[in-house]
Write a protein that binds this ligand. Sequence first.
Ligand SMILES: [Ca+2]
Length: 258
Amino acid sequence: MENHSRRNQLQRVSVCALALLAVMACGGRGETYEPGGASSGRGPVAPEAPAPLQAAGKGFTYNFDSDAVGRMPTNFHEGLTGGGARGEWKIAADPTAPSSPNVLAQISSDDTSYRFPLAIADDGSFKDLDMSVRFKAVSGEEDQAGGLVFRLKDADNYYIVRANALENNVVLYKLENGKRSDIDLKGEGSTYGKKASVPRQQWNLLRVVAIGNLFEVYLNGEKLFEVEDDTFKEAGKVGLWTKADSVTYFDDLQVTAR
Ligand SMILES: [Ca+2]
């Protein structure tokens, strides 16, 4: 009897030691997020449901004007790269909307630095494409960003070009296994994108044309730079992106397969 309870006690101690080791191996999850997919302790992101590949010339325009205010559009879903709170994407009425009356707004202001809320379009997947969106940087102390995501495989793997109204620059990155890295400008090297005026509280037009491994980036009708990259060659989904505490409004998202 005594041996039996002692054995139980030993087993309990062993289980506790294993649990402690497991917690230690997982690290301080949720406090200081380190990018890097599985090594973050967050585990793998959810796989994307497949979407039909769009033939050249086919595409979609999203003006959000007939979507229900206060909700995510039915043909989008949210995703998150990095840590912090999930994004809050909602259709909102905005009297300044480029197409009246509605915009798609990301309104969560969680200021976790390595936090990238995504609104992913479900209608199609695209390889080569011409894509643009109007966006308004509304608020944010850590960041005021709005971006276009393309060739998305899942919430940890995609290309993103974003404009930042605090830094006044435009940068094209890849997110690979949850790790973000900016891509060198073609002919200019490692410059961390390009300086450009990104007025706050105003509507700006961001556009990317991706053909093969060459991506051209435009802001407000002006071509800013090109990059070349071979990481994601296959077709993927498209979407919208913000960072940290950026509250950003989007309207008139257009994407056409090339
Ligand atoms: Ca609209």
